[in-house]
Design a protein around this ligand. Structure first.
Ligand code: PBG
Length: 326
């Protein structure tokens, strides 16, 4: 009988399924976000992100150990300063919270790759990602502050800078400033395709970075647009970006796929806070099998073209992968 095709042959048992599997996850694929906060003895769980904590530097040790032991690919740092001001000066302070975290991690865990999220919104009192005047977010004046932030992070030990502000020309400005400061070998991982998304809600709770007026739609992209993402990616690569982030991830598989087909560089998916919160909330109700869903989500992002994934599930997923190996 050969008048139909038996696809099920390659699904018949676990050995053959493992043998033909096209997409495999590894802990090295994951980038774990760390929220570092000023103060001492602070380890606060973020209510909308169960299992994710804001940590002061003195309590970071155990989580850094886990990241290293589980062989997670990298960490990305987000800072929560004590004071905010209109120009977000905490972002580029020599002793800013991210700068201090980077120094500490370099000293205690020199094997970890440290990515610095470069943005002003966690440090500005108005919560926007740029300089504000008369209710407008001013592009060109913001560039200098972003460049200063990137250089100060790298001086403190950050290995890769990741601008997430969505100002035009920031990759160019940051590349130029890094080169002038002698950091020619520090890569820029650009949030090139970053959408104005409702999926960032829990992050803004975590970082206290919700805009105090208006929204981010004049700089982050309209979720309805795909071609525009391609233009953003093209210009960021032309300005010197070494790697590209697509964000959010789950509702943007088409963008991930298009970018990965077009851009001959590492492509990173950001599996954002709201995506994490949905999974955790449903799991807490017993409505879904968390472990299974996380594996499916992360695998799907890789299948969609992501080379690496920024995810709050990184430590759990890495543990589950290690358990499977045993
Ligand atoms: C800073 C920044 C944000 C996120 C990463 N960097 C917030 C925003 O743009 O409002 C969101 C990450 C997440 O939701 O997990 N600009």
């Amino acid at each position: 009988m050969s008048d139909f095709i038996r696809h099920r042959r390659l699904r018949h048992d676990a050995r053959i399924r493992a043998f033909v599997r096209e997409t495999e996850l590894s802990p090295r694929d994951f980038i774990y976000p760390l929220f570092v906060i000023e103060g001492e003895g602070i380890q606060e769980e973020i209510p909308s992100m169960p299992g994710v904590y804001r940590c002061s530097l003195d309590v970071l040790g155990p989580v850094l150990e886990d990241i290293e032991n589980l062989q997670v690919g990298a960490v990305i740092l987000f800072g929560i300063p004590k004071e905010k001001d209109s120009l977000g000066s905490g972002a580029y302070a020599q002793d800013g919270i991210v700068q201090r975290a980077a120094r500490l991690i370099k000293e205690t865990h020199p094997g970890l790759l440290i990515i610095g999220d470069v943005c002003l919104c966690e440090y500005t009192d108005h919560g926007h990602c740029g300089v504000v005047r008369d209710g407008e977010i001013i592009n060109d004046e913001t560039l200098e502050l972003l460049a200063k932030t990137a250089v100060s992070q790298v001086q403190a030990g950050v290995d890769v800078v990741a601008p997430s502000d969505m100002m035009d020309g920031r990759v160019f400005a940051i590349r130029q400033a890094l080169d002038e400061a002698g950091f020619i070998n520090v890569p820029v991982m650009s949030y090139a395709a970053k959408y104005a998304s409702g999926f960032y809600g829990p992050f803004r709770d975590a970082a206290g970075s919700a805009p105090q007026f208006g929204d981010r739609r004049s700089y982050q992209m309209d979720p309805a647009n795909g071609d525009e993402a391609m233009r953003e990616v093209e210009s960021d690569l032309a300005e010197g970006a070494d790697m590209i982030i697509v964000k959010p991830a789950l509702a943007y598989g088409d963008i991930l796929w298009r970018v990965s087909q077009k851009a001959a560089c590492p492509v990173i998916a950001y599996n954002v806070s709201g995506e994490y919160a949905l999974v955790k909330a449903a799991a807490a109700q017993g409505w879904i099998d968390e472990r299974r869903l996380v594996n499916e989500i992360l695998t799907s992002l890789k299948r969609s073209g992501a080379d690496r994934i920024i995810t709050y599930h990184a430590l759990d997923a890495a543990k589950w992968l290690a358990e499977r190996e045993r």
